[in-house]
Design a protein around this ligand. Sequence first.
Ligand SMILES: NC(=O)c1ccc[n+]([C@@H]2O[C@H](COP(=O)([O-])OP(=O)(O)OC[C@H]3O[C@@H](n4cnc5c(N)ncnc54)[C@H](O)[C@@H]3O)[C@@H](O)[C@H]2O)c1
Ligand SMILES: O=C(O)CC[C@@H](O)C(=O)O
Length: 416
Amino acid sequence: MSATSSASPRHSMPRDKLKFVLLEGIHRGAVELLKDDGYTQVVTSPKALAGDELVAAIADAHFLGIRSRTLLTDEVLARAPKLAAIGAFCIGTNQIDLRAAMRRGIPVFNAPFSNTRSVAELVIAEVVMLLRGIPHKNAALHRNEWLKSAERSFEVRGKTLGIVGYGHIGTQVGVLAEHLGMRVVFHDIEAKLSLGNARQLASLSAVLAESDVVTLHVPETPATQWMVGQAQIAAMRPGAHLINASRGTVVDIEALAAALESGHLHGAAVDVFPQEPKGNDTSFRSPLTHFDNVLLTPHIGGSTAEAQASIGLEVASKLLRYSNNGSTATAVNFPEVTLPEHTGRCRLLHIHRNVPGVMAAVNERFSLAGINIAAQYLRTNDEVGYVVIDVEADASQVALEQMCSVEGTIRCRTLY
Ligand SMILES: NC(=O)c1ccc[n+]([C@@H]2O[C@H](COP(=O)([O-])OP(=O)(O)OC[C@H]3O[C@@H](n4cnc5c(N)ncnc54)[C@H](O)[C@@H]3O)[C@@H](O)[C@H]2O)c1
Ligand SMILES: O=C(O)CC[C@@H](O)C(=O)O
């Protein structure tokens, strides 16, 4: 496969010349899968990178794998001219400027549910721990204080769990909570099929007012930024608990700290933070650290052996499929093309601005050059078109040259 940009548009490269950069401790299963497929150039780092370090690391990368802490802005992407695709080895893709990547002809793949169960299990454990007052009692014992008491200690059975964002994780949490005898209510911007006896309420405030524990499972979007602030916390029941394992920007941490200080909330569990350390060698600071009744975890909702192994294989497979076959199925920012094998033929990939005349120009050039098109697959969105063309192997070089010089081309390449 080749990976080209308008700056260096025409290359065809064998697998061992293509470079994968995998940051943030991506599971070794991903590395093994890539190497087993002939991609021997796999560079890994246990940490997230930023600034000049990130730019240097990806300057000559053809494929990049990250998790939630590597920020890929348009400026960063502009400094990685060979980048053909990005793998987000997680669910969230808010750390990537998806539109900028699309405009640069770079599809982004993620693992939409490989860690769903892990997050749901952690949240259920936190619901039980918070309602029993365990964080506080545990902290006291670590200071040699014996707090044997039933005060503020409750069963979860019969209590109400409010879920905000009833998607993959929210629904799993709801199902598990009902197995423990909880009542489940939820708020979502979309009308959702309620699982079990869960009830969708009309508004966020209705869920806040009715719940003993509120758990957040929305993605980071402009609408969810700081969606739980002072007013929303004030609308929660006195003595209620808040869980955030979604994104750090969803909750106003100062407002949460104030509500814990005043005693309006009896506890919280927080896994995600507005600013998170880049790696395990960096220290963590938060206004929540001095509360005994807050369970703090270092963004490990999806960090289980099972989830990481499964994410590693899932996202690496998607990158391989794109590299070997051209398929963009399940890309989160790109026209999706699912493709059959192209054995015995040469496959050309062309990513272009979706403006009138591009496809006509491609077809005309092929026709004038006497190149027979064996198969053609096209998908577009409002800005970008992605066309995959199979031609006879002996026509590949001329076809690539013709295709790459069409006005409106963002990227073009041939599969090796
Ligand atoms: N803590 C962790 O380690 C961890 C792990 C996985 C995912 N996450 C986070 O959890 C989020 C949710 O994951 P998921 O797989 O359930 O996603 P999902 O897309 O399946 O579900 C998200 C739900 O939120 C709803 N929603 C969106 N905007 C909303 C709004 N303004 N108000 C109410 N509902 C809204 C959507 O309609 C959808 O039903 C991810 O985007 C990610 O940020 C965190
Ligand atoms: O593994 C990570 O860094 C992120 C986990 C989680 O937030 C996700 O979006 O899947």
